[in-house]
Design a protein around this ligand. Structure first.
Ligand SMILES: NC(=O)c1ccc[n+]([C@@H]2O[C@H](COP(=O)([O-])OP(=O)(O)OC[C@H]3O[C@@H](n4cnc5c(N)ncnc54)[C@H](OP(=O)(O)O)[C@@H]3O)[C@@H](O)[C@H]2O)c1
Length: 289
């Protein structure tokens, strides 16, 4: 299968590029030097020339706080860009795989039960709203799509948009002896891009289009996540738990955004391993070996 991968140098894109190539797929990796999803005239000629069997879009404006100040840019990439790719998918009559986020949830402040794909979204930030707009555009325009929501991604190259990922950032801060404060009242499931990539491949092979939650198993607060990072990495850290009220961020975040991979199980794909197991794999490979 010939696959055009947009964002091939991002943290998810890098892992997809490698794994799918290893599985024998013909991967055409595209960075922002090759394509800009915000402008039809900068993406249509590129994709029409490649003539892929599948368009895979990891491009996003996902600096959550910056989205509050630069809402238009967030909508450009996360919604207008998606509309452009939908039009091209229709022209080529090929499916689109696109990524969304657990941040489409959060309005239910009392939630303690994982969200399935059947739950009604309710974002609490412009980032979440722009990503949800992208979701609606896909559902409205396409029949052949894989729409994947994930959360707390970390991958070997780090997030391009955010400059790093949470795991690498925590280890760096601890080694520099910084005082670290992490919120203990936002619960999610940290997810390895390496694990996700394998599930994405399995999903594509089923040909079952639709909306899918894809995260590792289990759940934790960002504080619990940080403590586990330091434990596995074997680094001493000056860490204290804080609350969302004390940690003043520009954008509001969900207090609970754990996703249940219900549709993935129903598609016959085995659930992800526990987040602690994947985290150990990541840290051992990147730092302990
Ligand atoms: N990171 C998380 O914790 C998280 C959680 C849930 C969901 N997600 C979603 O997962 C997806 C992948 O995230 P990631 O962490 O892998 O992101 P990433 O490392 O920042 O990669 C995103 C890529 O998008 C490219 N890009 C940005 N704007 C573009 C544009 N206008 N046109 C073309 N390409 C553009 C960037 O290319 P250049 O490097 O060339 O600029 C970058 O390589 C995103 O949809 C994100 O919303 C992420």
């Amino acid at each position: 299968m010939k696959i055009a991968l947009i964002g091939s140098n991002g943290q998810l894109g890098t892992d997809i590029m490698k794994y799918f190539s290893d599985m024998g797929e013909e991967m055409i990796g595209l960075t922002q030097d090759d394509i800009d999803v915000c402008y039809m005239d900068k993406c249509e000629p590129v994709l029409l020339k490649i003539k892929p069997d599948l368009i895979l879009n990891t491009a996003a404006f996902h600096q959550v706080d910056l989205c509050e100040d630069e809402g238009l840019s967030a909508f450009d990439v996360n919604a207008v860009g998606v509309k452009n790719l939908c039009n091209i998918s229709l022209s080529l009559n090929v499916p689109l795989m696109h990524f969304s986020t657990d941040f489409v949830f959060g309005a239910d402040r009392k939630r303690t039960k994982p969200y399935t794909e059947d739950d009604c979204p309710g974002p609490v930030s412009l980032y979440g709203i722009s990503k949800l707009a992208g979701e609606y555009v896909i559902k409205y325009m396409l029949k052949k799509y894989y729409l994947i929501r994930s959360s707390g991604l970390y991958g070997y190259v780090g997030s391009f948009g955010k400059g790093s990922n949470f795991v690498d950032m925590m280890i760096k801060f601890a080694k520099e002896g910084k005082k670290i404060k992490v919120v203990n009242d936002q619960v999610l499931t940290p997810t390895s891009t390496k694990d996700m990539t394998e599930k994405l491949y399995a999903l594509i092979k089923t040909g079952n289009y639709g909306l899918y939650h894809m995260t590792n198993s289990g759940q934790c607060s960002w504080y619990d996540f940080a403590v586990e990072i330091f434990k596995i990495a074997g680094v001493a850290a000056d860490i204290t738990a804080t609350t969302s009220d004390d940690y003043t961020a520009k954008a509001q975040r969900p207090a609970y955004s754990v996703l249940d991979n219900k549709n993935l199980r129903e598609a016959g794909i085995k659930d992800f391993r526990h987040w602690k197991e994947s985290l150990k794999d990541y840290i051992d490979t990147k730092y302990n070996s």
